[in-house]
Design a protein around this ligand. Structure first.
Ligand code: AHG
Ligand code: MN
Ligand code: MN
Length: 332
């Protein structure tokens, strides 16, 4: 007996306030787009979708052809859903807004269409990350107020990781659920219900090339992980695609860190469409997510492409980082 993600969302809908079929219709736009991306990735080496697109995006980053394709797939599939008031993409400087009334255009979708672009051409896992916000009823103008809501207001969040298999993970605030794409039927099938992040993991994940420019507390913390101060020997894993590093952390536990660096003192990862959705999922799975000072989900965004330091993982590792509890559990 299989449960597809559409069936699961409809069952979830009974429990969440988005009782209309509108919400599941909206999420089906996301899953359709990710299936289009998945199909493109599977044949990327054969068709002309590898390599640079030849333009830079608002981030000042060289766009990859697959960045552009994924962005267009999401804009197309979601733009057709009349419940969408606005779409915010990592690849577009400004939101795409639709002239829909507050009664129809009830949702804002924020997304990173293709995460891990630097890994596309070397056949390493990449992903798509999305976050769903409810439009504020009073917001009948440029929707900035609805877009710049803190992460705890998210209605849903999820990601797809395109790896040896294609996995979709999402939450609507009622647990975290994982699906695997069955290519023989073209559907995401439920494979992990109510996923929980281990309380204490065996991996830490950080780009150690930046260690010299981190604030001291991060060097000291990684040093403690290495020295066994948390009571176990860790292994280091860093894929360089946030979605893949996060997915491993969700399944195996441990901690992922992208601390402030000299080049990126405000952090590299984006708040709205990388940190917030993954923080929502992490907390729903029993983990924690912080910018090093406070909860990611409490941050009031100032700009749609705002960056943040991002640390996410198991309770044990995150408490050790945040309250300096890095020995046998006694606070320092
Ligand atoms: P994107 O491809 O969407 O721009 O995201 C890339 C991000 C993220 O996927 C990853 O964790 C991080 O960049 C890796 O950064 P470094 O190469 O600086 O470690
Ligand atoms: Mn990204
Ligand atoms: Mn991206």
């Amino acid at each position: 007996m299989i449960t597809t993600v559409q069936q699961h969302i409809l069952q979830q809908q009974q429990e969440i306030s988005e009782a209309s079929g509108r919400f599941s219709w909206l999420l089906s736009g996301i899953t359709l787009a990710t299936k289009m991306v998945e199909a493109k990735i599977r044949t990327a080496g054969l068709s002309d979708v590898l390599g640079a697109f030849g333009q830079t995006n608002v981030q000042g980053e060289q766009q990859q052809k697959l960045d552009v394709f994924a962005n267009q797939a999401l804009l197309h599939c979601l733009g057709l859903r009349d419940s969408v008031a606005a779409l915010v993409s990592e690849e577009d400087e400004e939101p795409v807004t639709f002239n829909r009334s507050v009664d129809t255009g009830k949702y804002i979708i924020v997304f990173d269409p293709l995460d891990g672009s630097s890994n596309i051409d070397v056949n390493v896992n990449v992903g798509t990350i999305f976050s769903v916000l409810r439009r504020l009823p009073s917001d009948t103008t440029d929707l900035q107020a609805s877009i710049l809501q803190p992460g705890y207001t998210q209605v849903a969040a999820g990601y797809v990781v395109y790896g040896p298999s294609t996995v979709l993970v999402y939450t609507t605030g009622h647990g975290v659920h994982g699906f695997t794409l069955d290519p023989t039927i073209g559907a995401f099938v439920l494979t992990n219900e109510n996923m929980k992040m281990p309380e204490h993991g065996n991996y830490y994940s950080v780009n150690e090339a930046n260690a010299a420019s981190w604030p001291d507390k991060y060097r000291e913390y990684v040093g403690k992980l290495r020295s066994g101060a948390l009571g176990r020997q860790y292994s280091s894993r860093y894929i360089g695609s946030l979605v893949a590093d996060f997915h491993r952390t969700l399944l195996k536990g441990g901690v992922f860190l992208y601390p402030p660096t000299k080049d990126q003192p405000g952090g590299k990862l984006r708040l709205l469409y990388e940190a917030n959705p993954l923080a929502f999922i992490a907390e729903q799975a029993g983990g924690m997510a912080s910018n090093g000072n406070g909860r990611i989900l409490d941050i009031k965004p100032e700009g749609i492409h705002q960056r943040t330091p991002f640390m996410v993982g198991s309770k044990r590792e995150m408490e050790a980082l945040l309250d300096g509890r890095a020995t046998d559990g006694r606070a320092k």
